[in-house]
Design a protein around this ligand. Structure first.
Ligand code: BJW
Ligand code: ZN
Length: 226
C-alpha cells in the first residue's frame, strides 16, 4: 500500500492549508515566499514567513488521522507513506516508512556548506547562520522550481509503481511531481481511493472518492482494515 498525504490531513490539527479556504497562498504570494529567487532577493522576509509557520506548528499536535495512518502501517505488510507536508506531524504520530518529499520545516540547510541539521527553536530570527561555516541557513523544504531529493523521488515512484492500493488524502493534487504518483499507481493497475472535502483533478481518475473530513474517515477506514 502507498499513501499520499497533503495539507488537508494537518488542517484539523490547526495547520493552514495552501489553496483552500484560509489557505496560505490565498493571502500570500508563493512567488515571494516559496521560491529560491524569493530567498535570494529577500531572505529576511522568507525567514519571517517560516518563523511564523514554525511557531504555529510548534503548538499543535498530530490528530486522529495521522495516528490512524501510523497504526495502518502496522497492519499492512508493505506500506509507504509519501507526504507533501513539512510539518513533521506524521513523524510525531509514529509513522516509520515515511518519505517527506517536500522536506521538513524543523530542519535547516546551509546555503554554503549544504549541511542539514534539526532545529526546533520556533523563531530563528531573520538571518540564521551555520555553526560550521557561517553561511546563511535556509529552511530544508522544497520550493517551487526546485528539484525534489532524487532518492526520495525514486522511492516515491517505486512505491507508486508497485502498490496494489493507493490512498490519496487531503491534497489538491495540483503540485507536481506529487500529482503524478496516483496517476502512475493507477496506470500500473492499483486501486486508487481519494479522501478529500472537495473534488480534485484526481477525482475522475480515482476508483473511489470518499468525500469528508480526514478525522472522520481515516480512523474508521483503519479500524475496519483487517
Ligand atoms: C481536507 C481537509 C479535511 C482540507 N479533510 N480534506 C508551470 C510553471 C512553473 C512551474 C511549474 C509549472 N507547472 C508545473 C510546475 C512545477 C511546480 C508545480 O507543480 N506547480 C503547480 C502549482 C502548477 N512544481 C515544482 O516546482 C516542484 N519541483 C519540480 O517540479 O521540479 C522540476 C521543475 C522545476 C521547474 C519547472 C518545472 C519542473 C516543487 C514543488 C514544491 C512545492 N512546495 C510547497 C511548499 C513547501 C514548503 C512549505 O510548506 O513552505 O509544497 S507549495 C505547497 O503545495 C506545499 C505543499 O506540499 C504543496 C501541495 O499542496 P497540498 O498539500 O495539496 O495542499 P492544498 O492546500 O493545495 O490542498 C489541501 C487539500 O486538502 C484540499 O484539496 C482540501 O479540499 C483538502 N482538505 N481540509 C479532508 N479536514
Ligand atoms: Zn555551513
Amino acid at each position: 500500500m502507498a499513501v499520499l498525504t497533503g495539507a488537508g490531513i494537518s488542517a484539523e490539527s490547526g495547520v493552514p492549508t495552501f489553496r483552500g479556504k484560509g489557505g496560505l497562498w490565498r493571502s500570500y504570494r508563493s512567488q515571494d515566499l516559496a521560491t529560491p529567487e524569493a530567498f535570494a532577493a529577500n531572505p529576511s522576509l522568507v525567514w519571517e514567513f517560516y518563523n511564523w509557520r514554525r511557531s504555529l506548528i510548534a503548538v499543535v499536535d498530530c490528530n486522529p488521522a495521522h495516528r490512524a495512518l501510523a497504526q495502518l502501517e502496522t497492519k499492512v505488510p508493505h506500506f509507504t507513506l509519501i507526504s507533501q507536508n513539512v510539518d513533521g506531524l506524521h513523524l510525531r504520530a509514529g509513522s516509520k516508512n515515511l518519505l517527506e518529499i517536500h522536506g521538513n520545516i524543523w530542519k535547516v540547510r546551509c546555503t554554503k556548506c549544504g549541511s542539514i541539521t534539526a532545529n526546533y527553536t520556533p523563531d530563528l530570527g531573520t538571518s540564521p547562520h551555520c555553526h560550521r561555516c557561517a553561511g546563511l541557513l535556509r529552511p530544508h523544504v522544497v520550493w517551487f522550481g526546485e528539484s525534489l531529493d532524487y532518492k526520495l523521488l525514486q522511492s516515491a515512484f517505486d512505491a507508486s509503481r508497485t502498490c496494489d492500493v493507493m490512498l490519496v488524502i487531503g491534497t489538491s493534487a495540483v503540485v507536481q511531481p506529487s500529482a503524478s504518483f496516483p496517476v502512475e499507481a493507477k496506470s500500473r493497475g492499483a486501486m486508487v481511493a481519494e479522501i478529500n472535502l472537495e473534488p480534485t483533478p484526481l477525482s475522475s481518475l480515482a476508483d473511489m472518492t470518499i468525500p469528508g473530513k480526514v478525522g472522520d474517515i481515516v480512523p474508521r477506514l483503519v479500524e475496519n482494515w483487517s
